[in-house]
Ligand binder design. Structure first.
Ligand code: AFP
Length: 314
């Protein structure tokens, strides 16, 4: 049955209205809507902005693109002026930024302003990833998130969020409004696509065997190099998994716990899937630093469980 509220159907339910039905604090509704508004300026930057380097580097020592810095500035400014944010951590900033001191009624936000930015110059999809906690502590386990969301800048612009009560997709219309397009997204127990990050010749024997198992059962490889579109495909099709495993020489893989793994793990678990580092649930990992990385296997619960069997020599 299509969503209906006072006779309204899907496509007519805007983001703010949907959030108000989630029984969450008004400040959290406001914060998520502010991030959605900021994404409209990021879209403009992605579509028309400078594709060159910024001449600076991020906390991982990676060279920043002008788009990384501009997107980060757009979102951070919006968070600061929202009036409901205590601390801010960005993949593009070296340290936590304090927007307000007292924690009462405030939230803290960890975000990757433009994940996959190096793909813009070849016109592939990129995204903004956001993780939201109550109070001022950003080094909490991911299970303490109160909301997570991403905005995917692809052929269409979509926004996916959860506040712990289902996962919901909104798509930007011709008026640049986000309207409901999928509600209560659910993942199947298993699927037939896989998204393998990293260099295969650096996989462990267990991961290599797992890939061969997937190929033998007819799973199709789907990998763009952009975490947001690759996860979105697994989540919205409700099948398969994404992995960026530990690699020989990189025991923690590549992806960042605070800015990429925790928000996506929160969303996928709220859609009935699961996410682990090969041994532990991603959302149970205690972050020790802003720049912490972790291996990840995320998607359908049975596919992730099978990956763990292979990774642990089962
Ligand atoms: P950039 O943000 O540096 O472009 O990296 C994108 C990313 O962090 C993530 O979006 C991808 O899943 C992953 O890197 C791809 O990494 P590989 O290029 O090593 O496969």
């Amino acid at each position: 049955m299509p969503y209906s509220e006072a006779g309204k159907t899907k496509f007519q339910i805007d983001l703010r209205r949907h959030l108000r039905n989630q029984n969450i604090e008004d400040n959290l509704v406001h914060l998520i809507c502010e991030i959605a508004e900021a994404s409209k300026y990021v879209i403009n930057a992605v579509r028309t902005g400078d594709l060159g380097v910024a001449g600076t580097s991020n906390l991982y020592g990676e060279e920043q693109l002008a788009l990384d810095v501009l997107s980060d500035r757009i979102i951070r400014k919006r968070l600061i002026h929202s009036g409901v944010v205590c601390n801010i951590a960005s993949e593009e900033m070296d340290e936590i930024f304090q927007a307000q001191a007292n924690a009462a009624g405030l939230y803290s936000v960890a975000y990757d302003p433009l994940d996959g930015s190096s793909l813009v110059d070849v016109n592939l999809a990129v995204g903004t990833i956001v993780s939201i906690y109550v109070g001022c502590d950003l080094l909490q386990e991911g299970r303490n998130q109160v909301a997570a969301m991403y905005i995917l800048y692809g052929p269409r612009v979509s926004l996916v969020y959860s506040v712990g009560n289902g996962v919901h997709e909104f798509t930007m219309n011709h008026l640049m409004e986000f309207t409901l397009t999928r509600e209560n997204v659910q993942m199947k127990p298993a699927g037939d696509i896989y998204s393998p990050g990293g260099l295969r010749n650096k996989y462990s024997e267990g991961v290599e065997k797992y890939v061969r198992y997937l190929e033998a059962k007819g799973s199709k490889l789907r990998y763009s190099g952009g975490f947001v579109p690759d996860i979105n495909q697994v989540l919205m099709k409700g099948k398969g998994l994404f992995m960026y495993p530990a690699l020989n020489g990189s025991p923690n893989g590549k992806l960042r716990l605070l800015f990429e793994l925790n928000p996506m793990a929160y969303l996928v678990e709220n859609a009935g899937g699961s996410a682990t580092n090969g041994k532990q649930r991603i959302l149970d990992l205690k972050p020790e630093s802003l720049d912490q990385r972790a291996p990840i296997f995320i998607g359908c619960a049975e596919d992730v469980a099978k990956a763990m069997e292979y990774v642990n020599g089962g």
